[in-house]
Structures are given as C-alpha cells and as structure tokens.
Design a binder for this molecule. Structure first.
Ligand code: 4AD
Ligand code: MG
Length: 482
C-alpha cells in the first residue's frame, strides 16, 4: 500500500512539487473539480483538484460527501484563496462509497441536538474534531502532571461492593435472570447465589481504594470511568463519566486545594499551548452562538480570554459559612429570585447559588470549604463544632464559571474512633468496610484528596454548553445509544 501523508503535515509544508497520497473523507465536491478532503489530523481540509475532462464520469459521480477516498497527485502551491497548498490529482480511488442521498451529514451547519442523535458520525464534523482533540490533550496533560510529580497511577475496580459516596445512587451488577431471582426465606434477594456471591454495583468513585494505596505509595491518582444512577437530566450530569481522583498522604485541606488549583491551571495551560487551532475554532463558534443571545446573557470574555483569566487569577477561597452570609444578603435572595431561597445555615447549595458566587459576586473560580457535615460524605475530616455548636467537615468544592462544581474533595477522617462514630450515625455497615478501616487501624496518617469531573473540565475548556457534547457516547437517563 502506498504510504499516505497526513493532511496536517501537508498544510504545514513548503516542500512543493512532489507526489503525495492523501486518504480521508470527502467533505465537499464543488464544480466537478474541487474536492475538500478531511482525514481528521486537523480541522482544515486539503483541496484536491481533479481534471474532470479526463476523468471517467462514473468515477466523478462517486465523489460524494462522506465517501472515503485515496488521492494521489502533485502537491503544489495553491493559486486560489483560502489555502496554501493543493493536490493536482493524478490518481483517485474510492475506498468507500457514501450515498449522498442517505448520508446524514450535509455540508451545512447542523444543530448539536441533531448531531447527538447521530453521535456515530459526528466525529466527522469540525466541532467534534476540535472537542475530542482537546479531550485527548487534557487527558494526556493530567497524566503528565501527576507523572512529573511522582504520583502512581492506580487502576481501581469498576465493579465494587461498596458505596463510596454513601449516596446510594448505584447501578447494580448481577448475572441473575431478572425473571427468576433467587430469594431467601424472608423474601429478600439471595445474593449469595449471584456471580460474586454478594450484591455488587458499578463504582461511583475510586476514592476508597485510592486511600488504601496512598497509605503505601504516599501519592496516587485514579483516572477512570465512574457511574451514578442519579436521575438528573441536566447539562452537567452524566450517568457514566470519567473522574480523576488523587489521594495524598500527609496533605491537609490547604495542600489539597493548592494541588487542585495547580492541576486545573496546568491542564488548561497545556490545552492553550497545544490545541491552538481547535480552541480558535471553538472560540469563533462560541462567539457566533453568543450573538444569538440577548446582550445581558452574553459572556464578557471570549473562550481564550476566559481560559487565560482562569490562569492569571488566584481562586477565591472562603468557607461555606461565609458563602451563606453572602448569599443571604444577595440581591437575588432578597428579591426572591432564587428558586431555593437561602434562609438557614445548613442548606445544600444549588447550582443557582454556586453560579451567583462565581459569575456575579467574585467573577472568578471559587473554592468553598468547611461544609456542614450533614450534607457531606462520611469520610470527611470532622472539625471541632463552632461556638454555636454547628458541625462542619474539612471539605472543599471548586466552583467554575458556567459549570458550577468541577472538583469535590476533602481532608479525610484519619481518626478511627471519629470515623467509626460517623459511619454508625450514617448507618454505613462497619463490618463490610473493615478493609477500609484497616488503614486507620494500622499506621493511620492525615491525608486528603479530591475528584475532578473530567467532562466538566472538558466542558469548561471547549466552551461547549452541554455535557453530552464532550463525551463520545453519553449515557444519561433513558439514553444508552451506540
Ligand atoms: O463530588 P463528588 O461526588 O466526589 C467524589 O466522588 C469524591 N469521592 C471525590 C474524591 O474526593 N476523591 O464528585 C467529584 C466530581 C464533581 O465535582 C463533578 O465534577 C464530577 O465529579 N461529577 C460528575 N460529572 C458528571 N456527571 C455526574 N453525574 C457527576 N457527578 C459528579
Ligand atoms: Mg460533590
């Protein structure tokens, strides 16, 4: 097979007048002459010019949008506008035909909603080329960041028997025939008969296993799929999403926040430095979309300015209690514009509150700390109750503009008695979690960690607005296509 050259390479070269072969998919075919070919290596197409007077009519008909072609010809400096180089075709082969009548992607702008329905083909659009290239770059940057710091990449199990977040939003894993589930005498399900001999589920977080490894390696991180059966049909929730969870021995809450802020800035900077073409494209796309919105709803910064702003500013750090005070006194609260008015300490913050703090009040990323223990997971380190007897834990959530919560983490409760007491209060079976408690029994140490939602990060960096558009095949309530 004749070796192909990638389009990216050809568009960067000035080495003209040589024979090249390009393989890719036809985007457009104009005037029976100009073929725009995209091979995925760049958003840009290469133009191939075919001499139609000397080409078989039947072959010309097969050059349709979506067809896969191999084109050989002379690479020349282009005379036309819009491109540096083009290929003067000497040989063209149709690798795979595409019926122009049936191919759903026409050379025009399609809505994101429509493209979501044909997610198997949307990779072939410029928008999704850019989004998934950036997704790749961010994943690579995450590994680079931790590797450079000497963290160990830990693969935690996808099938578990524990509920790490204690929220009960889990997908069951079972090989039972749903029509013939073995039962105990009292009617309850007999999981002893199931594949693993106990009730199992898809993991909601790799944190608990991460903690075990941190008590040996010191610093570890996970980066894998996690699953939540929460029935949240929003632009920020997926039933299957990827999470990055570092866990560090001898880190307190401040160290934890420093690391999270450093990680976020590092990966955003990496994208700016390595995804210039993609970000420029998405910036333009976003600003065109913004123009359709009323003036008051448009964002003040373009995509790149927004990313750079995030790099150039310290994230605002404040406690939950301080945030509640700000929210209580805020205009939207006083004017009863919040759907969930803030009147008492202890309320869980809704996305409208998070967005007010980030987008209206501080106008930059915010880290909220020391949340009420009632609204947080069992493993978080307990603070001494304040003068008013209010109980808080050493939690931290990072809130981003347009996104809301992007990171959730905490210092962990390393004291066995305190941890057991809290688990008992929350009715978490101590016996089943004995392996977890062993870390506190044998050489316990202060430690901390956090979880960064990877798709929420990709959302922020790409400026896309729906989380379904930053993961190749989204899983959401009532949807598991492809
Ligand atoms: O705040 P969460 O639930 O924290 C944990 O799972 C901890 N075990 C993390 C840790 O300390 N190691 O989730 C962490 C992050 C959220 O901040 C959010 O970015 C993302 O995961 N996330 C989701 N992303 C998409 N869809 C969902 N349904 C998500 N739920 C959480
Ligand atoms: Mg959270």
């Amino acid at each position: 097979m004749f070796k192909r050259t990638k389009v990216r390479q050809l568009l960067e070269t000035t080495h003209y007048n040589r024979e090249v072969t390009v393989k890719g998919w036809v985007r457009t075919f104009r005037n029976n002459q100009f073929i725009a070919i995209n091979d995925g290596s760049t958003i840009s197409n290469i133009q191939a010019v075919i001499d139609f007077t000397n080409t078989d009519e039947a072959l010309l008909k097969r050059i349709t949008t979506g067809a896969c072609v191999s084109v050989t010809g002379n690479l020349i400096e282009s005379v036309g506008k819009g491109q540096q180089v083009e290929i003067k075709v000497t040989g063209l082969e149709i690798i795979g035909d595409s019926d122009a009548e049936k191919f759903p992607l026409q050379p025009k702008k399609h809505s994101l909603e429509f493209l979501r329905e044909i997610a198997h083909l949307r990779f072939r659009t410029n928008t999704f080329n850019a989004v998934f290239k950036i997704r790749h770059a961010l994943a690579f940057a995450v590994h680079q960041f931790f590797n450079d710091k000497g963290f160990v990449y830990l693969h935690t199990p996808i099938i578990t028997s524990s509920d790490a977040e204690g929220a009960g939003e889990m997908f069951r894993v079972s090989t039972f025939d749903p029509d013939h589930v073995p039962r105990n005498e009292d009617g309850s399900v007999n999981y002893k008969e199931d594949f693993f001999g106990k009730a199992t589920n898809l993991t909601v977080s790799g944190q608990l296993e991460g903690e075990l490894a941190a008590m040996a390696f010191g610093e570890v991180y996970t980066f894998g799929p996690t699953f939540r059966a929460e029935n949240s049909n929003t632009t920020r929730h997926l039933a299957e999403f990827w999470m990055i969870e570092p866990e560090m021995a001898f880190f307190d809450l401040d160290d934890n926040m420093d690391l999270a802020e450093e990680l976020l800035k590092y990966v955003i900077k990496y994208a700016i430095e390595n995804c210039f073409e993609e970000l420029e494209f998405l910036k333009t796309r976003l600003s065109e979309e913004e123009k359709l919105k009323p003036q008051t709803e448009r964002s003040e910064l373009d995509l790149l300015a927004k990313l750079n702003f995030c790099l150039d500013n310290d994230f605002e750090r404040l406690t939950y209690t301080e945030a509640i005070q700000i929210l209580k006194n805020s205009k939207p609260n006083q004017k009863k514009q919040f759907k969930y008015p803030i009147d008492t300490w202890g309320a869980d913050l809704q996305s409208e509150h998070e967005r007010f703090l980030v987008e209206k009040y501080f106008k930059k990323p915010v880290i909220l700390t020391n949340y009420p223990s009632e609204i947080k997971a069992f493993y978080m380190r307990q603070n001494e109750p304040d003068e008013q007897g209010r109980k808080t834990v050493r939690a931290m959530d990072i809130l981003f503009p347009g996104i809301g919560e992007i990171v959730g983490g905490s210092q962990r409760e390393e004291r066995l008695d305190k941890l057991e007491q809290r688990m008992a209060e929350m009715e978490i079976p101590l016996q089943e979690m004995s392996w977890y408690l062993d870390t506190r029994r044998f050489g316990t140490a202060p430690h901390a960690g956090f979880g960064l939602g990877f798709e929420r990060l990709v959302l922020f960096v790409t400026g896309m607005t729906n989380i379904r558009d930053v993961i190749p095949f989204p899983r959401t309530p009532k949807n598991a296509e492809f």
